[in-house]
Design a binder for this molecule. Structure first.
Ligand SMILES: Cc1cc2nc3c(=O)[nH]c(=O)nc-3n(C[C@H](O)[C@H](O)[C@H](O)COP(=O)(O)OP(=O)(O)OC[C@H]3O[C@@H](n4cnc5c(N)ncnc54)[C@H](O)[C@@H]3O)c2cc1C
Length: 457
């Protein structure tokens, strides 16, 4: 790039992080102009399942609002509707029978703007709709799968599967957990496997089932149970009935359900054969695991009822599937990437944001918030880019903070997930676990209570 020329930034991946970065660089063009291009491997916005509920917290919303233009802000309520009566945007953790062990007292708000004034609040959001909202007005180049890049003195050549190449001054890999950009930039960085399997799905759950769960969980929208064998169940929903749902006899809510269990149980002698290419087989397997790992009780029956609602096939039921794209139900490994587990992170014209740099397990609900905040911070750092000579210092400013903070988040999430996945043996083990959970809950609530005063003043 010659002095005075507008630098080109290429973003690989039109997920939450990549799209937020695009908006921010364009929004700030009166301060610093970039020619920004964004490439996505999928061929259309509806290609792949994007959905489930995610909790967006104060820092995520603050960053998002800083990055996106007012036209996009005005569409955010589609993705994060205002809380409705009866909703408690918080998480409740119970034992496998539904006895509450933990329920942090989270300040409730009237809309997403107010979340920015809380220290611990979040709003349960539809991830797929958030992605759609962020896609609006962005000239995404669809069907462009990046395969790698070549870095030269002058800039970076980006290679695509279709044989084409593009040149840029700065390349940003926002291409998710299996990022080819990361694999080339930091090849030593390995994915850490928890030895835990998870299966998740979105279902249309009838009100009468969800009422039972809401009663147990005191109207909390995120509901987790801890089993005795290192297994967990998770349910998340908004109390907003699905519009135009085929069954009009009662309200149905879009509901995310998930099951995690120790992968070693897939190897036991009494395992059943699972075909991960056949969703019906994966659903049967999830039910088999619940029956195997959980004692018979009302809570177990509710979980089995919910798993029975999962659409078993994409081809025949997609028209009736109310969430636009269909999640192929299959077993997945719980994994993460700690960006500081290697010493070879060298700052260059190629950088990473979001899951590409630091995929973390979803247990603390940090991944999307962090991808959005990375986009915000990188764009702020790039505003100081004034010549081809100082790009390194801009990217270094972003990377040094990102690496430190995200590594800590990855390890925090990992430790919480591994703790939840520890089997508890006899009566005393259970007593100790439950007591510890209740003490943690008490301490967290005191901390939140004190903080709410500090925040108010
Ligand atoms: C069950 C579950 C629950 C979660 N809950 C929460 C929560 O409550 N709160 C929270 O903050 N986070 C949550 N997360 C995490 C969150 O969804 C992710 O961290 C976040 O979406 C990461 O955003 P990203 O932009 O970095 O990556 P992605 O959203 O994965 O986007 C990457 C994009 O890059 C594209 N791409 C990949 N490879 C290429 C290529 N070679 N060429 C071109 N394009 C490519 C992909 O198609 C995709 O569009 C959850 C995750 C899961 C699985």
């Amino acid at each position: 790039m010659q002095k005075g020329e507008v630098p080109t930034v290429i973003i690989i991946g039109a997920g939450l992080g990549g799209l937020t970065l695009y908006h921010s660089l364009i929004k700030n063009k009166d301060k610093k102009e970039f020619n920004v291009k964004i490439f996505e491997r999928e061929s259309t916005p509806q290609d792949r399942w994007q959905g489930f509920h995610i909790g967006i917290s104060g820092y995520g919303i603050k960053s998002l609002m800083r990055c996106i233009p007012p036209s996009v802000v005005s569409n955010l309520p589609k993705a994060m509707p205002d809380p409705v009566p009866g909703e408690y945007h918080s998480i409740s953790i119970t034992d496998h029978t539904g006895k509450v062990l933990m329920k942090p007292l989270i300040k409730q708000v009237k809309d997403f703007y107010e979340i920015t004034n809380t220290h611990n609040g979040f709003i349960l959001t539809y991830r797929d709709i958030l992605r759609n909202v962020l896609c609006e007005g962005v000239p995404i180049q669809w069907g462009k799968k990046c395969t790698g890049y070549e870095e030269t003195e002058e800039g970076v050549w980006v290679n695509f599967e279709d044989g084409s190449r593009e040149f840029c001054d700065i390349l940003v890999g926002a291409d998710g957990v299996h990022s080819p950009v990361r694999k080339q930039k930091v090849p030593e960085l390995e994915i850490f496997d928890y030895g835990v399997t998870f299966i998740n799905a979105d279902v249309a759950a009838p009100k009468h089932i969800m009422d039972k769960l809401l009663k147990i969980h005191d109207n909390c929208l995120c509901q987790k149970t801890l089993g005795l064998n290192g297994d967990t169940t998770f349910v998340a929903l908004r109390l907003i009935p699905l519009e135009n749902f085929k069954d009009k006899s009662e309200f149905h809510y879009r509901t995310t359900i998930a099951l995690t269990y120790l992968t070693k149980f897939d190897e036991g002698p009494d395992r059943i054969k699972v075909d991960d290419n056949d969703p019906a087989s994966a659903v049967e397997h999830a039910k088999f695991m619940i029956q195997k790992l959980r004692p018979k009780c009302e809570y177990t029956d509710i979980m089995l009822e919910l798993w029975d609602l999962v659409p078993k096939s994409a081809s025949t039921e997609q028209e009736n599937y109310p969430f636009k794209t269909y999640n192929t139900i299959q077993r997945r490994k719980m994994q993460d990437i700690n960006p500081l587990s290697v010493n070879s992170w060298k700052t260059s014209r190629v950088t990473l944001i979001g899951d590409a740099a630091h995929a973390m397990c979803p247990v603390l609900g940090l991944g999307a918030n962090n991808a959005i905040q990375d986009a915000d911070r990188l764009s702020q750092a790039l505003l100081n880019y004034y010549s081809p000579e100082n790009y390194i210092s801009c990217i270094k400013t972003y990377e040094s903070e990102m690496l430190k903070q995200r590594s800590a988040d990855v390890l925090k999430s990992r430790s919480a997930a591994l703790r939840q996945s520890s089997p508890v043996g006899g009566y005393f083990d259970i007593l100790i676990r439950n007591t510890i959970m209740k003490i943690i809950n008490f301490t967290i609530n005191i901390y939140y209570y004190v903080n709410s005063f500090i925040f108010r003043n």
